[in-house]
Ligand binder design. Structure first.
Ligand code: S3P
Length: 448
């Protein structure tokens, strides 16, 4: 077990650093390259373990992969060439791997079992199993004792029953979930007819942008997306993509700069997709000084440099579509709210209860440990900021969750003594070089 030891930060954070390649875009690029025709080249620096789970999965399904540094050359099997894996596919800690892969496997004529670690094996899967079954796929999960009616991993998927083709689907998702939407759109590549998904608000749209970039007939109107299965040619071309940096990883660095007086930092070439960049808008609402503007595009994805500097923060209300666009950044936004003057209300975030951990409960514990007043509601947090003087030094548990661990480490910079974040091994799922990157900016963060 690794812990992080963080010293109080008495001098500004400065510098310009890279972050790992965008986790969401990398998952999609690997999966689509695996079913494309011919050799795709995907460049994804500092890939975390979650993406490695997807990489191992596509290898197990018959895609050929050669890896040279950050460059992956992937020879796809075409849509009809995936082969049965020799054993269950281990998705590790990665919900995106399991749910997106389920969409692909639902259309195959062989059986696959998907397993995951203890955290992933607790996560809700009925949200994909239900609609995929509706279009004729065969999926079985384990009954979930904590959520009646839900199922969890292990998931047994396929073989696709007679008539051996998925049907059209019009699905109204009760939650804004890019994983649900993407699983259904990917399965739609093999379906006889349209795939239509409506969400309450638009979730991150990387799958739509990438499919569109590869010539798949996909249309969007508001929060409805439809893929025309009849107009689709039935094959995907190979492609080249340099994946941008992950704004969700950059968020921890931008937040640290916002909290430490005198700081000015930059992060190179991060994804600036507006359905994903709610963190920037939320930080501005809290009074932060942050910039992110698109400079170029790759496969439909805007990319730009991000910058942030110290600013006095104030309380705000974060709710609705802003929360959907910053769903993975709510832990670090809570940490920022802990140093903002006044009250911050976070609402409409009940999805956080079924992420890698119950992020509302876990973040509330972390904030309390640092001496910050916080009330947990059913779907959010009410945080009384403590901007004057340092926070109380603490030893905190991160519930085995990478985003809680990094949020706690950032907050620890503002404490009145050394702090310890326990059991941070999961940081490697998304940001293997987090501690080193913080040190490059001038912080004292050590893994022990
Ligand atoms: C992701 C979608 C989101 C997000 C996750 C990555 C994706 O999950 O929290 O980290 O890449 O599609 P939900 O679809 O469950 O909201």
């Amino acid at each position: 077990m690794t812990d992080l030891v963080v010293e109080p930060q008495h001098k500004p954070l400065t510098g310009v650093v890279p972050v790992p390649s965008d986790k969401s875009i990398t998952h999609r690029a690997l999966l689509l390259a695996a079913i494309a025709e011919g050799e795709s080249v995907v460049v994804c620096p500092h890939m975390g373990e979650d993406n490695r789970s997807t990489l191992a999965a596509i290898r197990a399904l018959g895609a050929r992969v050669s890896e040279q540094g950050a460059e992956l050359r992937i020879t796809g099997t075409g849509l009809l060439g995936l082969t049965a894996p020799a054993e269950p596919i281990d998705c590790g800690n990665s919900g995106t791997t399991m749910r997106l892969l389920a969409g692909v496997l639902a259309a195959q004529r062989f059986r696959t079992v998907l397993i995951g670690d203890a955290s992933l094996s607790r996560r809700p899967m009925a949200r994909i199993v239900g609609p995929l079954r509706q279009r004729g796929a065969r999926l079985e999960g384990a009954l979930d004792p904590s959520r009646p009616g839900d199922v969890t991993a292990p998931l047994e998927i396929g073989p696709l029953p007679a008539p051996n083709v998925l049907s059209a689907l019009a699905f109204e998702s009760p939650i804004a979930s890019a994983q649900v939407k993407s699983a259904l759109l990917l399965s739609g590549l093999w379906a006889d007819g349209n795939t239509i998904v409506r969400e309450p608000v638009v979730s991150r749209d990387h799958t739509e942008r990438m499919l569109d970039g590869l010539g798949v007939p996909i249309e969007r109107v508001g929060s409805v997306v439809s893929l025309d299965g009849h107009a689709f040619s039935g094959s995907l071309p190979a492609f080249s993509l340099t994946v941008p940096g992950d704004l969700s990883a950059a968020a921890f660095l931008l937040a640290a700069a916002s909290l430490i007086p005198g700081s000015e930092i930059g992060v190179r070439a991060v994804g600036a997709n507006p359905t994903r960049a709610g963190f920037v808008d939320a930080l501005r609402l809290l009074g932060g000084r942050v910039e992110l503007a698109p400079e170029r595009y790759e496969l439909g994805e805007p990319i730009g440099a991000a910058r942030a500097g110290f600013s006095e923060l104030h309380g705000a209300t974060l709710a609705g579509e802003l929360v959907a666009r910053s769903i993975d950044e709510i832990p670090i936004l809570s940490a920022l709210a802990a140093r903002a003057r006044g009250t911050t209300i976070i609402a409409d975030a009940s999805e956080l209860r079924v992420k890698e951990s119950d992020r509302l409960a876990c973040m509330a514990e972390v904030l309390r440990a640092f001496g910050v007043g916080v009330e947990e509601t059913r779907s959010g947090l009410v945080i009384e900021g403590r901007p004057d003087g340092p926070l109380s030094a603490a030893t905190v548990d991160c519930c085995g969750d990478h985003r809680i661990a990094m949020s706690a480490a950032v907050l620890a910079l503002c404490a009145d003594g050394p702090c310890r974040v326990l059991g941070v091994d999961a940081v490697a799922t998304s940001f293997p070089r987090f501690a080193g990157t913080m040190r490059a900016l001038g912080a004292s963060v050590r893994a022990v």
